[in-house]
Ligand binder design. Structure first.
Ligand code: AP5
Length: 215
């Protein structure tokens, strides 16, 4: 099964994907996480992506498509995966469809997580993550048990460099201009399920599971 998770920055895509992978035995493929790992390793791709990410813009399609196709091809025999943050432009969606078609596959379901713009900045600026295990928290909505420390005992939490109010505004703008058109693109394929992401984390999980359980 191939699932595409759409939604604006800070909508809760990563939070929900982490909860879904175990339940449905799917792999989580996050383009943002892969890019951050490339940056950490100091690869050429990581260096090329840096300025776009720090400014809140999208990394050029040719870099992203090559990176994600490599990841997808490496999982040809997998039971399925959730794509989080990819595709993010119509060009990326076309490239994904073509590559899947060659392998006699297609996107099975698109989960469209809708959250009002005025909630996104608070969610993003309050996000904290564990640099060791990748767990994500929120200082108000999902706080760690001990101030700024990972519940798994890994150590202090950190804040993403692009999680500032100024960069968030650019990321939201990029979402509306370049990513939101994908909702109509996939709606024409008939596989979009709209989820109200404004609700509390556990209510969003319940809504997503109710869609997934029927498939
Ligand atoms: P990426 O890492 O994909 O960032 P994003 O899409 O902006 O998404 P986020 O990770 O910020 O949000 P999320 O929806 O996963 O929210 P989360 O669950 O963490 O991309 C980063 C950058 O990489 C891009 O700007 C771009 O430069 C580049 N890039 C990546 N993919 C690309 C592509 N395909 N093409 C081109 N460039 C690309 O939740 C956020 C916070 O809210 C957390 O603190 C969480 O605890 C809290 N929260 C979650 N759900 C709820 C809820 N229901 N109620 C209250 N709080 C909640």
């Amino acid at each position: 099964m191939i699932v595409v998770f759409l939604g604006p920055p800070g909508a809760g895509k990563g939070t929900q994907c982490k909860l879904l992978v175990d339940k449905y035995h799917l792999e989580h493929l996050s383009s943002g996480d892969i890019l951050r790992a490339e940056r950490k390793q100091g690869t050429e791709l990581g260096k090329q992506a840096q300025s776009y990410m720090d400014a809140g813009g999208l990394v050029p399609d040719e870099l992203i498509v090559a990176m994600m196709m490599k990841e997808i091809q490496a999982r040809q025999n997998s039971k399925g995966f959730i794509l989080d943050g990819f595709p993010r432009t119509l060009g990326q969606a076309h490239a994904l469809d073509e590559a899947l078609k060659k392998a006699s596959k297609s996107v099975d379901v698109v989960l469209n997580l809708a959250v009002d713009d005025d909630k996104l900045e608070e969610r993003i600026t309050g996000r904290r993550s564990c640099p060791k295990c990748g767990a994500t928290y929120h200082i108000i909505f999902n706080p760690p048990a001990n101030d700024n420390m990972c519940d798994a005992g890994c150590g202090p939490l950190t804040q993403r460099k692009d999680d500032t109010a100024e960069v968030v505004r650019n990321r939201i703008k990029a979402y509306h201009e370049q990513t939101a058109p994908l909702i109509e693109y996939y709606r024409k394929q008939g596989n979009v399920h709209d989820i109200d992401g404004n609700a509390a984390i556990e209510d969003v999980t319940a809504a997503v599971c109710s869609v997934m359980d029927k498939l």
